[in-house]
Design a protein around this ligand. Structure first.
Ligand code: ADP
Ligand code: ZN
Length: 288
C-alpha cells in the first residue's frame, strides 16, 4: 500500500508518498504559483508513484461541506489565481482513489495527535503563528468540520493598552491574525520579528494576544493539548509569557492541565502537516 499526501501551502506544496507504516519514501516541494503550473508538477509526482489514497491539507479557506456544490474548492483566498479552484475535483479526475480533504492546520493537528505532542489524547488544537495565524481542531479523534471549518486564527481580541498598530487582516484589521501574526509584529516595530531581541516589549504584547486566544479555545473546545507551530513560536521566551497571561485571564475559572503540559511546542516540526495528510489517506482508504 502506498499513501500520498499534499500539504498545500500558500508558498509551497509539499507532496509525499509513504509505505503503510507512514515511512516517507519520497517528497518534493513545489512552489505555489498558479494552479496550471503547480498542479502539473503535483500530477507528475503522483503519476510516478501511483498511491492507493491521498490526504490533502490545504491553505484556505476551503469548502469542506460534502453537501455543498463547491465541496473540495479553495474558496475566498487572497491568492487570486487559486480563488474558486476545484482542487479536490481536479485530483479525483486524475486519480480514481479515495481522498482525505481538510485544512492545512487541521491536518497538522491530526498529525500531532497521532504521532506528535498529543499522542494518547483524543482532542487537541494546533495553532500556527507565521505569515498568518491558523488553528486546527481535533475532537474525539476527528478533525472538525461543520458548515465550514474552524477559522480560529481570526478571533477578535482585546487590544493591549500600549498597542496602537492598526492590524494587517484584510477582512477584520485587528483580529488575532491582524495583530499577532509575524507581519503584524514586524510592522508594529518596523523590524522583522526574527530580528527583535528576546527581551523586547514585542513579546509581551504577542503573549497578551495569544493568551487571549488560548483562553477562548479552552472555554469553547476544552482540548486536551494546545500545540504551537510556525516561525514566530520559535521564540521560546513566549511560552512563559503566555502561561503568565493565560493564568491571569482565566483567573482560575476552569481547570486545565499544568500549563507547561497543556500549551506546548509542536513535536513534528515541519512534518506535522504531511504526517496528518498521510494519516488522512490511510483513513480514507479504510473508510472507502
Ligand atoms: P509561513 O507562515 O509562510 O509558512 P513561517 O511560519 O516561517 O512561514 O512564518 C513567517 C513569519 O514568521 C514572518 O512574518 C517572519 O517574520 C516570522 N518568523 C519566522 N521565523 C521567525 C523567528 N525565528 N522568530 C520570530 N518570527 C519569525
Ligand atoms: Zn481576520
Amino acid at each position: 500500500m502506498i499513501y500520498g499526501a499534499i500539504e498545500a501551502g500558500g508558498t509551497k506544496f509539499v507532496c509525499a508518498v509513504s509505505d503503510e507504516n507512514l515511512t516517507i519514501l519520497e517528497r518534493v516541494s513545489i512552489p505555489t504559483t498558479t494552479p496550471e503550473e503547480t498542479m502539473k508538477e503535483v500530477f507528475a509526482f503522483f503519476d510516478q508513484h501511483q498511491p492507493n489514497a491521498i490526504g490533502i491539507g490545504s491553505f484556505g479557506p476551503i469548502d469542506v461541506n460534502p453537501l455543498s456544490e463547491t465541496y473540495g474548492f479553495i474558496t475566498s483566498t487572497p491568492k487570486v489565481a487559486w480563488q474558486d479552484y476545484p482542487f479536490l475535483n481536479e485530483m479525483k479526475k486524475r486519480y480514481d482513489i479515495p481522498f482525505g480533504w481538510t485544512t492545512d492546520v487541521n491536518a497538522a493537528a491530526y498529525g500531532e495527535m497521532k504521532k506528535g505532542a498529543a499522542v494518547g489524547k483524543s482532542s487537541c488544537m494546533y495553532i500556527t503563528v507565521g505569515t498568518g495565524i491558523g488553528a486546527g481542531i481535533v475532537v474525539d479523534g476527528k478533525v472538525i468540520h461543520g458548515y465550514g471549518h474552524p477559522e480560529a486564527g481570526h478571533l477578535l481580541v482585546r487590544r493591549h493598552v500600549e498597542d496602537t498598530y492598526e492590524g494587517t487582516c484584510p477582512f477584520h484589521k485587528d483580529c488575532l491574525e491582524g495583530l499577532a501574526a509575524g507581519p503584524a509584529i514586524g510592522n508594529r516595530f518596523e523590524t522583522p520579528a526574527q530580528n527583535l531581541p528576546t527581551d523586547h516589549k514585542a513579546w509581551e504584547i504577542e503573549a497578551h494576544y495569544l493568551a487571549q486566544a488560548l483562553v477562548s479555545y479552552t472555554l469553547t473546545v476544552s482540548p486536551e493539548k494546545i500545540i504551537f507551530g510556525g516561525g514566530v513560536m520559535k521564540q521560546k521566551q513566549l511560552f512563559p509569557l503566555i502561561y503568565k497571561e493565560f493564568e491571569k485571564l482565566m483567573n482560575g475559572y476552569v481547570a486545565t492541565p499544568n500549563l507547561e503540559d497543556y500549551i506546548v511546542p509542536c513535536q513534528l516540526e515541519d512534518n506535522a502537516g504531511i504526517t496528518g495528510c498521510l494519516l488522512l489517506a490511510e483513513d480514507a482508504l479504510n473508510n472507502k
